[in-house]
Structure formats: structure tokens, C-alpha cells
Design a protein around this ligand. Sequence first.
Ligand code: 5CA
Length: 445
Amino acid sequence: MRLTKYFIPVLKETPSEAQIVSHRYMLRAGMIKQSSAGIYSWLPLGFKVLQKIEKIVHEEQMAAGHIPMLMPTLQSADLWKESGRYEDYGEEMLRITDRHGRDMLYGPTNEELITDIFRSHVTSYKDLPLTLYHIQWKFRDEIRPRFGVMRGREFYMKDGYNFDLDYEGAMHSYNRHMISYLRSFERMGLKAIPMRADSGPIGGDDTHEFLVLAETGESEVFYDNRILDLAFGNKEVNYEQRSECAGLVENWTKPYARTKETHDETLFNMVSEEHRKESRAIEVGQIFYFGTKYSDSMNAKVQNDKGENVSVHMGSHGIGVSRLVGAIIEANHDEKGIIWPEGVTPFHCGLINLRQGDDETDLACEKIYTSLKLVGLDVLYDDRTERAGGKFATMDLLGLPWRITVGPRGLKNNVVELVSRRTGVSEEVSIDQVSKRLAVIYGLV
Ligand code: 5CA
């Protein structure tokens, strides 16, 4: 993409309304624009990151055997009256009346809708287990929307729902979700810690939140820092194997890690002092097992192998897809701007022409631009006739992991500069080699 043909409305000034760094950088880098309190337009650069995150979530969910679908944003109030949550949910629910006087609402979550779909079509244990999910906009009329996309009113969420015959089946679904979530966050360049938590208005017995450490986080957390050493890397998981999944979950939930709501000082003090940490953190996901809470109230039953009608065991599992964009920036930035992890970066690399309009540098840039595209890399070419300092500052703000700089001095020796945004380490690479070098870095060859 050529910057002169694209749309990144970069702001020179730091917007005064933004209190945290991710919000400031998202506005300055032209990723979002507020439309009203807690509601945003996603401008092209922000939208690109959102889509990258969404893609990772889809891939990891499908790898775990969960089935994608799409439910509407507007729901009829009838189902919520049936489950008893219409009154309970309170002012966070945006209630709407249609022209026929029917009560509608903008969905804050989808337990009722999915349970209705399930009970309309599934009647036998033979159709279980089943996990359906979607990624869809939600609305919660938060009293204090703030921090940009972190606490929005309209936000993009992945929510998945499992239906199992019994407790053991449902726990396996719970475990699959925990593992697939941890793997997703890892691919986004985040260290997310699963923490035993409170279930709040969703209800339920077992629940974990996934927290990313950040000073600006809204949650207070207590943890054993050895959990930060755990990682999946490239290891495959066999999601069908209950014991393998249970073992992984056991590993990830053994070290002490709790939010303030469930914190236990006595247990925490048993962790050796050098490993005991307190911090603030951002909640990027939560998983719940709630047994038969909704299947009882909404009559979602199946026939078991003895011919008896039994309520299905359910759980629901959410990832804050739009919040993640902010959380990733909170965890990956410096004083110059964003530093995108390679897994979610909007462009793989930036290309800076130090002397736009000069035949020789223009030609070299065109050559590199074409060869990057040929190997499958997405490049942002700053082809503006602006001074070098301005181009560097913009590129640093946008935070692409790699920057190629083309200038007359290097071209004398047929080389360009390749710089890592994260480490600042710079190397000279020949014009012919630079796309190959980046293709290797991104695992494309
Ligand atoms: N039904 C369950 C799971 S599907 C549910 O709604 N869980 S939740 O309330 O924990 O939301 C899931 C995730 O959505 C949260 O972990 C958080 O990352 C994100 N989220 C929740 N509220 C907001 C908000 N106001 N703005 C941005 N993201 C939010």
C-alpha cells in the first residue's frame, strides 16, 4: 500500500481526552475515531488490526473443534424474560421498542439466543458435544465508558457456547476453551494469565479470566510469576484427548493467580516471596461453566442413552476482540509509538524513501515494493515528499515491526537499511535480498 493512496489520518497533537497510552496512540495513528461515548469507527489501519486478531481467534477456535456461525445484534426481549435475565441485567442493557411496540434489545451477550437455537434443533445426546461460537458486536451501556476501545459501549466480542451431556463433558469443553484462548493470546504476542475469578451477571460455578499485565489495567491481580514462563510455542494440542487437555490446564492453573475478588491472602503467602507479585492487569477474556442454569430455565433438554430427558450442561466463553487491540498496545509500545507484535501487525513492514522524486531511489523503492508483494508481504510504502524526520516519526508511531529505508548513500553500494522497531537494531541488506530476508522472518519460506 502506498501511503499517498491510503487513509491514515495521523494526528500531530496528543488528544487531551485520552488518559491511557493505547487510546492516545490509537487516535494519533488514525486507527479509530470516536462517534459517541464508547462507540467508535474503525478507520482502515485499526480495522486491519481488528481483522488480524479476529483471524487468529477463528483459526484457534476451529482448531479446537468449535463451529463458527453468526447471530444478530438485535434480539427479542422474550427470550430474556424466559431466562429471567431481562429484569436482572439492569441499565447496562440497551432496550429498544420496534414500531409494533415489541420489546427488543441490543445483545450484551448471547446465552439466551444460542440456547433457543439449540433447543429448537437438538433433541438427542447423539448430537453432543456441540460448541458454537460467533464474533459479533455487543452493546453494554457502561456507566463510564473510557480508555477508548478498552471499555466501550459497543464492542466486538467472540462468544462461544458449549453443550454437553454431563459435567465431565462440559469440563472438557472448558479445558479446550482455556487452551485455545491461551494459544490465541500467545499468537498475538501477549502473555495472558488465567486467573480464578468471580462470575458476575453471567452466573456459574467455575470461571477463569485471562489477564494481561499492564499498569493501566482495571483489575488488581496477585500471582506467582513462574506462570510467565509457560508457553505453547509450536506444540500441537490434541483437543480430542481429554486427559491431555486436563493436563495442560492443570499446568497453567497450578501457580497461584487470582483477581482481587477471589484473592486469598493465606494461600498467596505460601508462594515463596521472590515469586509473589501484585500488579494491575487488563481482562481480555473469560470462560464460564454454569451447568444447567440456562438449560433448566429455558428447557434445553436432550434424551440420554437411557431414554431420559436431561438438561444439557453449558458454558460460555468470551474474548474481547476490540479490547485486545488496546491491550496489545498497552503491552507493546515505547515513547515514540506502537510496537506491533508480528502476529497482529497491520503491515509486515514499512518502506521509507528518503528522496522521493529522485529517479534512482524511486526506482529502487518500486523494485523492493514489488518484490515484497511477490513473496506475500504486506508493505506500507511512505511515498510522500516529506522530510526524512517526519517519515521516521510517522513510521515509529504506526509501529510496524520492520522498516526498510532507501537512500542515496546506501544505493551506491546497492544496499538498504533494515531496522527492527522493537530492538532498534539496524543492518544493511542488499536490495535483492531484503524481501527474502523478511519472508524468512515471517515464516513465508
Ligand atoms: N457471555 C460471556 C462469555 S461469552 C461474557 O459475556 N463474558 S464477559 O462479560 O466476560 O465478556 C467477555 C470479554 O469481552 C471480556 O473478557 C472483555 O475482554 C470483553 N469486554 C467486556 N465488556 C467490554 C467492554 N465494555 N468493552 C470492551 N470489551 C469488553
